[in-house]
Design a protein around this ligand. Structure first.
Ligand SMILES: [Zn+2]
Length: 333
């Protein structure tokens, strides 16, 4: 893997990506961690056009990718795949049909329905909630003690304000093509499989699999830090990852974090498994939520804290774990 495109290009937004070549014509645009998170994008070039996987939290971030695509290929974007319904993976959808007329947005029917029922409502929620969030950040800024704290909070205020401006004018673009279990794109030089393997991070997670190149794109069913389970199914997650593990691949382009190998799949799967089993064990023994939140981190930290702290500055392991425990406790109780 090489960093193919380190030079600066004219970028239209504040999102920053490292574009890595994963195989010939297949790239991972790895988003720099930030206060307002952007997802990674996978870029798959074929003989007649480009397939994009996921579109970030706001149109300007997707426009950064549209600009940088010109460094890679003159071909048009034909398909945009959404892996799930979360804001940071589809709010940039509108950019692609505008920049590449005829581009289709593809997901499974479960994810399109989740966007329609929940995603659209959350856009309204964000329009109401982000001003409150900005006011809180500004109050924190006024009270900040150190120059480093001030600098961080100022950057967070800028990102929150930029996000608010864009979410206010968002033109949500829902998928134009949906599938149920599987959809396959056969291009002259490439096969692209879209798979629903069961519930994990959401009810409709889509995996994109390139069998010849041995690459899988997971959305947030696998990420580089502690998974978010707020809309997830912790008890189903391991089974879904086990079905994923049956595929033949060597490289994993995740929803967030750097490109990984199968070793990270093993670690990630075993974290989800051990967390769920530890919570189940405590619940069966009659423990309260407070007791579970005391005991389970102590049990898991020696094995997992270091591995899941690579992006700890942005996504602290312990906060993520406690949220996972709460979700799992609610699901198994
Ligand atoms: Zn995400």
């Amino acid at each position: 893997m090489t960093d193919c495109c380190a030079h600066e290009s004219p970028e239209s937004g504040d999102a920053r990506f490292d574009i890595m070549k994963v195989a010939d014509g297949v790239y991972a645009a790895v988003a720099a961690p930030a206060y307002k998170v952007n997802c990674n994008t996978a870029i798959i070039e074929s003989d007649d056009g480009v397939v994009i996987v996921d579109t970030h939290s706001k149109p300007s971030a997707a426009r950064v990718i549209v600009d940088r695509l010109r460094e890679l290929t003159p071909k048009p974007v034909r398909y945009v795949i959404n892996t799930h319904f979360h804001w940071d993976h589809w709010h940039g959808n509108e950019v692609y049909p505008a920049a590449h007329p005829g581009a289709e947005i593809v997901s499974n029917d479960i994810t399109r329905e989740a966007m329609r029922r929940k995603g659209l409502k959350r856009i309204d929620d964000h329009r109401r909630q982000v001003p409150v969030e900005i006011a809180k950040l500004k109050a924190d800024l006024a009270a900040a003690g150190t120059p480093a704290e001030r600098k961080q909070l100022e950057a967070n205020v800028r990102l929150a304000e930029a996000y608010l401006a864009e979410v206010r004018t968002l033109q949500p673009a829902l998928p134009t093509i949906v599938f149920e279990q599987t959809m396959k794109l056969y291009r002259r030089d490439r096969e692209i499989h879209l798979l629903h393997l069961g519930r994990a991070h959401t009810e409709g997670d889509v995996f994109v699999y390139l069998p010849k190149e041995k690459i899988v794109i997971t959305g947030d069913a696998m990420i580089g830090w502690t998974p978010y389970m707020g809309d997830g199914y912790p008890e189903d997650w391991v089974g879904t990852l086990d079905r994923l593990a049956q595929l033949d691949f060597t490289h994993i382009i995740m929803g967030h974090g750097e490109v990984a190998g199968r070793d990270w799949l093993r670690t990630f799967r075993s974290y989800v498994h051990d967390m769920v089993e530890a919570v189940r064990h405590e619940v069966a023994a009659g423990a309260t939520l407070d007791e579970v939140k005391q005991r389970v981190p102590t049990k898991l930290a020696p094995t997992y804290e270091k591995a899941f702290s690579k992006y700890g500055e942005y996504r602290p392991w312990r906060a993520g774990l406690l949220a996972n425990i709460e979700r799992t406790f609610a699901m198994v109780s």
